[in-house]
Design a protein around this ligand. Sequence first.
Ligand code: 8GT
Ligand code: MN
Length: 562
Amino acid sequence: MRVKHLLGHQSLKYKNALRATGEVIMPFKRPRPPPVPHATNSSSTSTLLSTNHEHKRLRRGCLHGIKAYILSAKIDGAEYEILIGEAEENGAELCKTPAEADIIVTAIGMKKRLERHIDWNMAKGKAVVRPDWIRDSVKKSEALPCGDYAAISDLLDSSIENCPESSSSQSQPPDQAEASTSQHQSTKESTLPDLVYEPRYKSRFACERYSPLICPNQDLVKELHIIKLAREMESEERSALSYSRAISAIKAFPEKIKSMSQISDIPYLGDKLTGMIQEFLSKSTISQARQLSSDTRYQTLISFTSVYGIGPHTARHLYDLGLRTFDDLSRYLGSDDNAEGSGGSFAWREGLRLRDELSVKIPRAEVEEMGRLVDNALQDILPGSESTICGGYRRGKLESNDVDIVFTHPQGQGNKANNMIARLVERMRKDGLITHTMHAPSVRSKGSLRPPTNHDGWDTLDKSLTIFNLPKTSPYYKGIHRRLDLIYAPREVYWTAVVGWTGSTMFERDLRLWAKQKGLKFDSSGITRRRDTKALYATSERDVFKLLELEWIEPRLRNADL
Ligand code: 8GT
Ligand code: MN
């Protein structure tokens, strides 16, 4: 939903707008998620469950049962994300506060600095280790002793003393542990040929995996998507990301999942996800997803965020005020008390007015017609321009929520950008094609739902988020407003921009992580080498992949989200 696109700065604006009405922002009530059904080894004798159980045992991570707090200070965003992912995937329970944790992971090496974040006396009661404790434990498949990893010398002894043990090693009786190890080895042996041919779905990076529009496990993915959306609605970003990662990994799995033994190589499936998949295999649904989809709070938040300009934060606030329907919302916005002139309410009212139209999906033929009209306008004012329809359309989606068009001009270099966008928009406005515009800030503000989080914004390209209207003379005219994003890229970064705007979101997120581990920085506005910030220019879309040392993946296989 492109609505999210605007969240970053808008939610803040609206927050102030709401505050101005004198209403108190109440803490939101969160529906307690139903307990995740876990496989048990108790009564069932069905083969499915017993293989599942076996499987679960195999997958139980080396950090299982360990309560960890990862302090983000001094850890760079991408690295933080990788650490969190690794810890979660290997069974660690991530805590929101250091007090709840057994082990504190930090890149801080000095007592004074640590004390800025964590109470010293509390730290003394825990193990306090460096991030490589997670990495090395995962590599060795066991929670390693903390002594070698103590983050701060003064805390060495207490870290050794308080070093947690994983319940995966603790709770298994010796014979079982042995069975599990030997099984583990036998799985390893049986996958030996994979060393020669490593299927792409195993990669930890969505930008290495083939992700078709519709995958063999699409129903499972849809169910998980509901849970992911619910997390987004509650601004539980990290949890939402775990679901996005799992969804993305399942999207690339080439077979229909019929038994748990098939999924052991799919990355990012921790205990919770494994349990859910197990449930899905036996019931074709996931109870948590079912419950959510009939939950009033979930439904209301989803529908409010479908209004252009309303993000989860605002939606929760409106919900807490007791609003449930669009009529409620409309009444609320219509009331003079709430109609302060600062723009927030106006934008909402406008969004609400257009909502029904904007929620109608755009068929491919109409997307193409819009592309032609944009290109005509472009050629008129900037002859020789080039444009590409990106986004979901380019990935093969039959219907799109909006249209994303990236364009460039042979003479357009460097910072003449402003001009190009303004000229195009002005022209289309005059022709009656564009009815509303929202100039996006070039850098997305933090706190936006949209990833990636490894840097502050998507890019520094100039763009305009507009509302578009086909001319009555067009054979596709239905009198429906459409969302159209126009993005100008200087010639030399045109292909990076095309890759950056083709998506899907997880593909993009991992592209950035991938680039990072290659010592590069990728975003839609260019590729740079980190060590000397030298810019690398691609001359084609394939060249973008080549520069990133990535194998080519065609746009239709970049559907790494739902
Ligand atoms: P849809 O339009 O049918 O919903 O599907 P979509 O085309 O895949 O989603 P979208 O929300 O239109 O986003 C298109 C792609 O543009 C996304 O995959 C994302 O990678 C990228 N994208 C944004 N916002 C921004 C942005 O501000 N800068 C850049 N460079 N890319 C962005 O969504
Ligand atoms: Mn789009």
